[in-house]
Design a binder for this molecule. Structure first.
Ligand code: DX5
Ligand code: ZN
Length: 242
């Protein structure tokens, strides 16, 4: 039997720049959570036409968060509608049980919550063994220090700037401190994980989020409630680090 050996002492897939942009503008990742699910294909079309970079997919299980959104079949069904990277955010308890299904559905990144994983190192390795990129997310009340040991192993840190479960909430300002902490560690230890921010991101706070060190802006309401989706993406792309 062909055994695929991975060097687990370091990340199996170190090419994290695969989805970075050619210029140094931020990555804009509209969240399908805020789309009209009865017209999901049109939602993807709007993202395609807006010059956004990624599609953010908020998976909610009603256990880890007090809401339920969609699962692997929804993601598989929309996969054929776009070639943009799928940034799958698993807001679920015990994500290990469905990692393969979310990989097979077409995810390029799978981000799990540190608070939902008993064996986070093993979960991250499992994602990498499937040949895709691994992210760790922390909710607002979780300190950066709790995932510091994992920062060399992962491709992305997702800082939740709202309490997860619903779109349309207000940005929690102390998230900026966490973004700055992560950026400082990244510089100090010469690491290259991406910093993504999810929740309450809008045209008014995007620049200070980028200035704090973020690379990826997840936008649900700001994107899907905008009449000028191309314009909002252009504005967010213009928020380069000062
Ligand atoms: C919360 C979700 C939301 C969503 C973005 O669990 O993860 O943060 O992606 O929604 P907005 O941009 O409306 O806060
Ligand atoms: Zn999310």
């Amino acid at each position: 039997m062909l055994m695929l050996f991975f060097d687990l002492t370091k990340r199996s897939y170190s090419d994290k720049t695969i989805h970075m942009k050619s210029n140094n503008s931020c990555i804009v990742a509209p969240s399908m959570l805020s789309a009209d699910f009865s017209r999901a294909g049109q939602g993807i079309c709007l993202i395609n036409e807006s010059n956004a970079d990624w599609v953010h997919l908020d998976v909610m299980d009603g256990s880890f968060v007090p809401n339920i959104s969609f699962g692997p079949k929804f993601i598989k069904d929309i996969r054929k509608e776009t070639s943009l990277p799928f940034d799958t955010h698993l807001m679920m308890s015990n994500p290990d049980i469905l990692i393969k299904e979310f990989v097979d559905a077409g995810s390029d990144y799978i981000t799990v919550h540190a608070e939902a994983c008993t064996h986070l190192h093993r979960t991250v390795n499992t994602i990498h063994q499937h040949g895709i990129k691994a992210g760790i997310s922390i909710v607002p009340s979780t300190e950066v220090s709790s995932i510091e040991l994992m920062l060399e192993e992962i491709d992305l840190v997702l800082v939740m700037s709202v309490n997860p479960g619903f779109g349309g909430q207000s940005f929690i300002d102390f998230s900026l401190k966490k973004i700055m902490q992560l950026d400082a560690i990244r510089k100090e230890r010469n690491l290259d994980f991406l910093i993504s921010v999810d929740g309450g991101v809008n045209a008014n706070n995007a620049q200070k989020i980028i200035d704090s060190g973020a690379d990826v802006l997840v936008v649900g309401t700001t994107f899907f409630h905008s009449d000028d989706k191309k314009g909002i993406v252009e504005l967010l792309h213009s928020c380069e680090r000062s």
